[in-house]
Design a protein around this ligand. Structure first.
Ligand SMILES: NC(=O)c1ccc[n+]([C@@H]2O[C@H](COP(=O)([O-])OP(=O)(O)OC[C@H]3O[C@@H](n4cnc5c(N)ncnc54)[C@H](OP(=O)(O)O)[C@@H]3O)[C@@H](O)[C@H]2O)c1
Length: 389
């Protein structure tokens, strides 16, 4: 673990002083032929309840159901918490573990969440590197957009959630424009109610934490591209956090007639397990040289002018990163709890499944390792941090 940070960052104090943590009881086993961590996971996590596996594929991801977390009374909310923070922009070495960071106070439209699990996104490390300095909130920063946890306090204007609710969401409405200074890599985080949804009961906190930013990006991009039943789509970067959800939403929610996606050799079977009709190994084939063209190209990789060569005349090209060549367009996701609510039935029915990278979940003291892994650009699905304590 990194050095313990002793300076207190300027978060406002909550009103009570107990130090109870009440971390919900969770368990998850990620088993994979790609993963060397299976043994370690099964040795260190407590398995309870019924096992349900998502994919009978080479990338086999199983989750265990959990016992309901105990509700946290407002009187048990501590004044200080553990959190990862950085005071300067830079590499993973700027990340420090703070054990006496003040618990945020909530505004009228916010709830305080006891964080059960948090997920990392590339925006977390790009932001930490200072790429969005001009529009970032001031330092010091607690990173983390994605959260799943339990509501422990509600603001006076919050109607939809109550203490004890299990919720999930992307806590920063605008990913790049003034994202929250105090994010989800902490024991507690304050979030506007409109950014949250109740966690589907059939998925655990680890799975829920991996969804919000990625699934909202997948959904918003497909909507903006005019994806609709009967259209075909090519997903560039199909094995990543966003791409693996674009594939599933295109098929299950938007009614795509044909889904193609790219990944490297070892992830081709995984793409097939997600339901792709055509899995393209980008180490062997150039997607833009295929005779087949697509109504929509969804580029999560940043393939520059190559992506527009794969689209049909009049089609749409969504670009999440890198250079944009017309008719391609880029957008930045807006966090919106309504999208999660809309997608909850698909998650509850199992039509859309959260994908958790089998190297995780990473425990709270392994956040630096989790960032380093995400920054290799080789993650499959989501890199999740759990438990948070
Ligand atoms: N604009 C927005 O609102 C927005 C929102 C979310 C994300 N993003 C951006 O979108 C990008 C993807 O995000 P993410 O969360 O999905 O990242 P991620 O999970 O870290 O993506 C990792 C995946 O990318 C795949 N990949 C890497 N190079 C590839 C290539 N040349 N062809 C095909 N697949 C390739 C890897 O598969 P292999 O190991 O097989 O190569 C790996 O599975 C990031 O740059 C992120 O910042 C933008």
């Amino acid at each position: 673990m990194e050095a313990i940070l002793t300076t207190k960052i300027p978060l406002s104090l909550s009103s009570s002083s107990s130090t109870s943590s009440n971390t919900p009881s969770l368990s998850l086993s990620s088993l994979s032929t790609l993963s060397k961590t299976t043994k370690k996971l099964s040795n260190t996590l407590i398995f309870k309840g019924t096992q349900h596996c998502n994919y009978p594929s080479s990338l086999k991801i199983c989750a265990m159901s959990q016992t309901a977390p105990a509700s946290v009374e407002p009187s048990t909310i501590p004044t200080e918490m553990k959190a990862w923070i950085y005071e300067d922009y830079g590499g993973v070495d700027v990340l420090k573990f703070g054990s006496n960071v003040k618990v945020p106070e909530i505004k009228d439209d916010q709830v305080l969440i006891k964080v059960a699990a948090a997920a990392l996104n590339p925006v977390d490390f790009k932001r930490r590197l200072g790429k969005f300095k001009a529009s970032d909130s001031p330092l010091p920063t607690i990173p983390g957009y994605d959260v799943a946890g339990v509501v422990v306090k509600v603001g006076s204007q919050v109607k939809e959630f109550k203490v004890g609710d299990e919720v999930y969401g992307d806590i920063s409405e605008k990913a790049l424009d003034g994202p929250k200074q105090f994010g989800s890599l902490a024991e507690y985080t304050a979030v506007e109610d409109k950014l949250l949804a109740l966690k589907p009961k059939n998925i655990d906190f680890v799975q829920a934490a991996g969804l919000p930013l990625a699934v909202e990006t997948a959904y918003e991009g497909l909507e903006r591209a005019g994806m609709s039943p009967g259209k075909s789509i090519l997903v560039l970067g199909g094995a990543g956090g966003v791409g693996s959800l674009v594939i599933q939403l295109a098929k299950q929610v938007f009614g795509a007639s044909r889904v193609a996606a790219t990944a490297s050799t070892g992830k081709i079977e995984f793409l097939k397990s997600l339901g792709v009709d055509l899995a393209i190994d980008y180490t062997k084939e150039k997607f833009e040289d295929l005779p087949e063209k697509f109504d929509v190209v969804y580029d999560t990789v940043g393939e520059g002018e190559r992506n527009v060569k794969a689209v049909k005349e009049g089609g749409s090209v969504v670009v999440l990163t890198g250079a944009v060549t017309p008719p391609g367009f880029r957008f930045v996701v807006t966090s919106n709890g309504e999208v999660l609510k809309k997608l909850n039935p698909y998650l509850e029915s199992g039509k859309v499944k959260p994908i958790i990278d089998p190297k995780g979940p990473f425990t709270f003291d392994k956040v630096v390792e989790a960032f380093s892994y995400l920054e290799t650009n080789r993650a499959t699905g989501k890199v999740v941090i759990h438990p948070i304590s």
